[in-house]
Design a protein around this ligand. Structure first.
Ligand code: GLV
Ligand code: MN
Ligand code: MN
Length: 410
């Protein structure tokens, strides 16, 4: 790696640090889709694009997009990007690394007045985590032409309609479904690995072969709230103990099958008082697998298992399908191109699957798509302890730039 490459990595790290200041919660990084912090981050991104001579804008679905023309105006584009929304109490690299690295690729080319045979389009997707609204990947799904229009009618926990939040953000709900990107030859996303494989093997970079499919269920359990002192144990219909048994059933089903993972990540107990038997519990289930048929079967088994627990405990259960994304096998041509770039920066080309979901799985419906992984410390992600080194940051950027430069749209 040259000094200039390392310096570019330092600049990218500094931008990532500055970007982490855009948060909805003081003291920790939480930047939910269409929030004030997301709007401020989008404006900062647009400003940085402007410094590189790019005219960026917010599109109808709430993505920030910009185009760097090739030698000939109107040439097919290589699209590069990732997301800038985060989970609650997030690390600063998940998504943000890939969005700002995309910008850094263009900064590098623009600083040299270097035009390629293809255009580069950069995108900072807004909705990858699905924390605020249940249906997710709406930004990438809009560009892929698979926008889930019903998502606009979702409400967040405060009752705010996604349609209204999108309008306030500068998007256009009426046009989001017809946004489909045109003339995009391929999509590539750089992202931290969010797992421990690369670190364990002493490798700074990896090439993603496939992304696990995911199903998210939203479960409501209805019992009867009552006095904690006066209601005998055998006469209770406790929504929390029923929901706890359901969560254990999810864990047991996921444990029973290789590569299937199941998580109950959110649990809301009502009314939530020390002396009241819980009357209602709302919780989430997140199921992932590299095998779509197995994931679908597991979801069906879990739904049946939850209904059995509800019947035995005489509580009601309502299960909604909040999100379904099939596994995506990355495009072999893009995978090969990323592998060549990784080798060219001096790293053995380690191919690995992604357990986490990514915008790439939606973009793969539009065009050939693939991903570059960058090692992260201890494999930790969705956690403020998320960490990468400046050297790895720089090496990822170098490989991404090389991929963009060597890409051929034909
Ligand atoms: C996104 O981070 C996901 O995989 O849930
Ligand atoms: Mn991510
Ligand atoms: Mn994430």
């Amino acid at each position: 790696m040259t000094d200039a490459d390392l310096e570019a990595g330092r600049r990218l790290m500094a931008k990532l640090d500055a970007f982490a200041a855009f948060t909805d919660e003081p003291g920790r990084l939480t930047r939910l889709f269409l929030s004030d912090a997301h709007a401020k981050a989008a404006r900062a991104f647009i400003g940085w694009c402007g410094e590189a001579g790019l005219e960026a804008r917010i599109d109808a679905a709430g993505n920030v997009v910009a185009r760097y023309e090739g030698k000939l105006a109107g040439a097919p584009a290589l699209m590069i990007g990732s997301h800038i929304d985060t989970v609650r109490d997030a690390g600063r690299y998940d998504g943000n690394y890939g969005a700002l690295a995309a910008l850094a690729v263009v900064e590098h080319l623009a600083a040299r007045r270097e035009r390629l045979d293809h255009a580069i389009e950069i995108v900072a997707f807004g909705d990858e985590e699905g924390v605020r609204f249940k249906t997710t990947l709406t930004g990438s799904r809009a560009l892929a032409g698979t926008y889930p229009e019903e998502a606009l009618d979702q409400r967040d926990a405060d009752g705010i309609l996604m349609r209204e939040a999108l309008t306030a953000f500068g998007g256009d709900p009426d046009r989001a479904a017809s946004l489909r990107a045109r003339n995009v030859a391929a999509f590539v996303e750089a992202h931290i690995e969010q797992g421990p494989v690369l670190e364990a093997e002493g490798l700074p970079l990896g090439i993603v072969t496939a992304i696990n499919g995911a199903t998210r269920l939203e479960v409501g359990v209805g019992g009867v709230a009552g006095h904690a002192g006066t209601t005998p144990m055998n006469l209770r219909r406790d929504a929390l103990t029923a929901a706890a048994e359901m969560a254990l059933a999810v864990e047991a089903r996921a444990r029973g099958e290789a590569d299937l993972v199941g998580t109950v990540g959110r649990f809301d107990v009502q009314p939530g008082a020390v002396n009241v038997i819980p009357g209602h519990v709302q919780f989430s289930i997140d199921l992932r697998s590299p095998d779509d048929a197995r994931r679908v079967k597991a979801a069906a088994d879990i739904e049946a298992g939850l209904s059995a627990v509800a019947a035995a405990r005489k509580v009601g259960v309502r299960i909604e399908r909040a999100h379904d994304a099939n596994a995506y096998a990355c495009d072999p041509g893009v995978v090969a191109g990323i592998a060549r770039a990784v080798e060219a920066v001096g790293v053995p080309p380690r191919r690995l699957p992604s357990g986490a979901g990514h915008d790439t799985m939606a973009m793969g419906r539009l065009c050939p798509a693939g991903m570059l992984f960058v090692r992260c410390k201890d494999g930790i992600s969705h956690n403020p302890l998320e960490s990468i080194t400046v050297e790895d940051c720089a090496m990822g950027l170098e490989a991404l730039t090389l991929f963009a430069r060597n890409f051929s749209a034909s």
